[in-house]
Design a protein around this ligand. Structure first.
Ligand SMILES: Nc1ncnc2c1ncn2[C@@H]1O[C@H](COP(=O)(O)OP(=O)(O)OP(=O)(O)O)[C@@H](O)[C@H]1O
Ligand SMILES: [Mg+2]
Length: 221
């Protein structure tokens, strides 16, 4: 599902690469934790996988597509298959919770049939059914994070990238969000979760843990 081959990423003006010679194969259906301290390159690695960044060198393949070779017209097609929970949410603050989630389904190519029902179902799952008509910008950080989770999962993407998906949540809500990710995993999604919270690692039995340290990848046994 994901294949990185000797990938490096250097940002201009930075003395050290954000990623250095990273190779990683994630087969379909795997649940992977991406750990490592702040600045280790976790977000950078995830950004490569939905073509938000291009590597400085090396190959990035997602779902069989070589991201270095796809045209900009094909990027939206790639993104339909990838659900992303951003570290900073990236919600539309003036739009309602419902609209934020519905728009993601619409962009993913879903027609109007059943759209409202699916959005409502997803909002209920993240415990925000009663906030559906509230503007996203008026929610607490934890509520916004749950909208971001709903938006990423609503289209049942084959690949889910979650960047610190529980960073703003109390332990109970964090467990609930992890349960949703597990449910998506049980339904066949491949999942990459970036986190530096060691408590999360115990929540998913049998998950694979890969560790980034100053841009280099180390695999845990
Ligand atoms: N757009 C950018 N321009 C320049 N440097 C960047 C950019 N994005 C990230 N970096 C640098 O790349 C390195 C890796 O950053 P990254 O955001 O991937 O780390 P991270 O592991 O996600 O950290 P955190 O746990 O704090 O989210 C850092 O040194 C960061 O300053
Ligand atoms: Mg990050």
């Amino acid at each position: 599902m994901v294949l990185l081959t000797r990938v490096s990423k250097r940002y201009s003006g930075r003395p050290h690469p954000a990623l250095e010679d990273v190779s990683l194969h994630v087969p379909p259906g795997q649940f992977v934790y991406l750990t490592g301290p702040s600045g280790a390159g976790k977000t950078t690695l995830l950004r490569l996988l939905f073509a938000a960044e291009a590597p400085s060198s090396g190959l990035v393949r997602v779902g069989g597509a070589d991201l270095g070779r796809i045209s900009s017209r094909q990027v939206p097609l790639l993104r339909r298959k990838v659900g992303v929970i951003f570290q900073d949410f990236k919600l539309m603050p003036l739009r309602s919770v419902f609209e934020n989630v519905a728009l993601a389904l619409h962009v993913a190519g879903r027609g109007p049939n059943g759209l409202n029902g699916r959005v409502s179902e997803m909002l209920a799952q993240v415990g925000l059914a009663d906030k559906a008509q509230v503007r996203a910008g008026e929610l607490s950080g934890g509520e916004q994070q749950r909208v971001a989770v709903a938006r990423a999962l609503v289209g049942r993407p084959p690949l889910l990238l979650a960047d610190e998906p529980t960073g703003n949540l109390d332990p109970g809500t964090a467990t609930e969000v992890m349960r949703l990710l597990l449910q998506a995993h049980a339904q066949g999604s491949t999942i990459l979760v970036a986190t530096h919270d060691p408590k999360l690692l115990d929540l998913v039995e049998g998950a694979r843990v890969v560790h980034l340290q100053a841009g280099r990848l180390l695999e845990h046994p």
